[in-house]
Design a protein around this ligand. Sequence first.
Ligand SMILES: Cc1ncc(COP(=O)(O)O)c(C=O)c1O
Length: 349
Amino acid sequence: MEISKLAGSIAESPTVKLNAEAAKLRAQGESIVHFGIGEPKNKAPQNAIASAIEKLQSGEVKYAPSDGLPGLKKAIVQYTEKNYGRTIDTANVVVSDGAKHSLANLFYALLNPGDQVIILAPYWVSYPEMVKMVNGVPVIVTPADGSFYPKLSEIEKSITPATRAIIVNSPNNPSGAIFSDEFIGQVVDLCEKRNILLLMDDIYHKLVFEGRKIAPVYNFTKKDIESTNVIVINGISKTYGMTGFRIGWIVTNRKLAKIVTNIQSQSTTCNSPICQVAAEAALTGDQSCVDTLVATIQKNRDTVLQELRSIPGVKVEKPEEHFIASRILAHSTRILWRWLISSSRKPSL
Ligand SMILES: Cc1ncc(COP(=O)(O)O)c(C=O)c1O
């Protein structure tokens, strides 16, 4: 069977693949520590589970509006007001099947063939493939100094007439780095001056350690939600450890929100109402589950740091956020590999 050239050019997600491989080995009884997809190990918040059960038991599980259930959209409006200090309307919000789907919808809505999207290295492995899926061109900006922090001048040099958007993910997957307020402010300025869209992937914005807070991106623009070049992408996967519920969203101007809704209405139709009511409960309920999750992840980070630092030759940078030990291992893979083999642990890639 012939497949399209475009489909043939898209690589499988390596993190999703690693997850499947780890699950297979685990099922065979292997003891596996895997550094694939980022997934908190907590249980979903109890009130979210209760809401999902109640919805199921009602027997009324039907199509939902393509842009999301009104109750969830209202909860996202409140979340945006509380966490971003921005008053928005439900018409500015579109709920999708996870932040990954929100991003895919945005690329679909915004990119013509050949349009370029700037991606800051190191980056989440899915970004370039998702851009390519709509015939866009990913342009990778890698910090020349070998750090995790690109300079504004490096971004500026990569801008061409075909540049349509820049993706910023802070806290960052995979580095764990948090970009400074000054840097985010400069990128917002740059985007607004050069009419480039800033896709702010905030999926990790609550998973920060030692009481640190991320300044909301809207702090850096004077424009209102209808005219700013900033688009926020967020979701419940990481903050509430609800990866399997597949709820993400965008906050943007009404016009783009409507276009994304049209795209969704012709693709997935809508997100499952069971997951949406669960997400609404998570967002509006007691938030101490987020603090507990952050404390657990911070403890795990500290344990991994301590253990890694005890290995001769391993240089470890302390990540400012995140739950995935692979962030910590970014610099040390080869040494770790040798250590795994020498200590008779079984490496599997
Ligand atoms: C940077 C980044 N953005 C988005 C996502 C997607 O999250 P979701 O589960 O909401 O699709 C991930 C998932 O690993 C991620 O690391």
